[in-house]
Design a protein around this ligand. Structure first.
Ligand code: HEM
Ligand code: NFK
Length: 289
């Protein structure tokens, strides 16, 4: 390992010590905008493979979305731990932030939709068989929220460290399972089969869980924080669906009914994904109140 630069204090993160970036005790003297943000790395990462004008837009949109996903993942991990502890205030703060980031993700489709079929087809070939299927951060978001399907891990099987991270999340209780466990701890009956379900198994819609949420909603003054949590989860799923919807409409206007580079049916596959729900009972209960 490289010697830590002299000006990096003991408490500095390892990466900063190794790289010798900033972290001087006298920040004003050594810190710069580009150095602090490591802009050289960030701005050298957009490397189109063709000379077509819109490939840069395509890359930038993906980079921006992946950066926002990085932040969402962190907030979801922290919020899940807080729900597990029954500490809902910080969970609400994090989930509110997630909702605002999701708005950015949804809005970003407007920028991409300025790309015409001809603009995209001009460079689509360079993508080969690569595809959004391979976005591990997208999968991790889905897993943290409660999606469970072995196919999600497959594209990453060649990467041991990544598979270990995805599998750890896959085998841990999701945000939703923690929420249901909290509802039970607060005295609202939730079927034991749901609470004790192996977290790696898919959550199937459960009538007892619909009843539990109905109790929370009908007695919202007694369970105000659980009611608020339920509404935050609905916001999150609503925005996730909006993202999926804008993805599929943008895809349709750009490539029509072509098959995807990842080998799926394309639009037809993406439309089916719109039917998947993370928190099915929170939607069903709305018709029962
Ligand atoms: C021209 C723009 C785009 C087109 C034509 C497109 C097309 C597609 C298609 C056809 C699929 C299905 C998999 C396949 O067979 O390839 C897919 C999946 C996916 N795309 Fe895109 N996409 C575009 C932009 C984006 C952007 C900007 C993102 C943001 C990160 C993204 C993220 C994803 C993800 C995460 C999946 C997997 C979805 C799932 O399995 O549920 N795509 N895309
Ligand atoms: N699946 C897209 C290709 C694609 O969109 C893509 C390719 C490489 C990296 C990110 C991509 N974005 C999302 O699917 C297509 O069939 O044209």
């Amino acid at each position: 390992m490289a010697e830590a630069p002299e000006h990096a204090p003991e408490h500095a993160p390892e990466h900063a010590k190794e790289e010798g970036r900033g972290l001087a005790t006298d920040f004003s003297r050594t810190m710069s905008y580009g150095g602090y943000l490591d802009l050289d790395t960030l701005l050298s990462a957009q490397r189109p493979l063709s000379d077509k004008h819109d490939e840069l837009l395509f890359i930038v949109i993906h980079h921006v979305q992946e950066l926002w996903m990085k932040l969402i993942i962190r907030e979801l991990e922290v919020a899940t731990a807080c729900v597990r502890e029954g500490d809902l205030r910080p969970a609400f703060k994090g989930l509110a932030r997630v909702s605002r980031i999701q708005r950015q993700l949804v809005e970003a489709w407007d920028v991409l939709s300025t790309m015409t079929p001809a603009d995209y087809l001009a460079f689509r070939d360079v993508l080969g068989q690569s595809s959004g299927f391979q976005s591990w951060q997208y999968r991790l978001m889905e897993i943290l929220l409660g999606a469970r399907d072995e196919f999600m891990l497959k594209p990453h099987a060649h990467d041991e460290a990544l598979t270990a991270r995805l599998r750890a999340a896959f085998e841990a209780p999701s945000l939703y399972q923690e929420a249901l466990r909290l509802v039970a701890r607060r005295g609202v009956p939730v079927p034991a089969a749901v609470l004790e379900r192996d977290p790696a198994l898919r959550h199937e819609e459960n009538e007892g869980v619909v009843e539990a949420w109905a109790t929370v909603y009908r007695n919202s003054t007694d369970y105000f924080d659980l009611y608020e949590l339920a509404e935050e989860l609905v916001d999150l799923e609503d925005a996730f669906q909006q993202w999926r919807f804008r993805h599929v409409t943008t895809v349709e206007r750009i490539i029509g009914m072509r098959t995807g580079t990842g080998g799926s049916a394309g639009v037809a596959y993406l439309r089916r994904a719109l039917e998947r729900r993370f928190f099915p009972e929170l939607w069903t209960v709305r018709g029962r109140l």
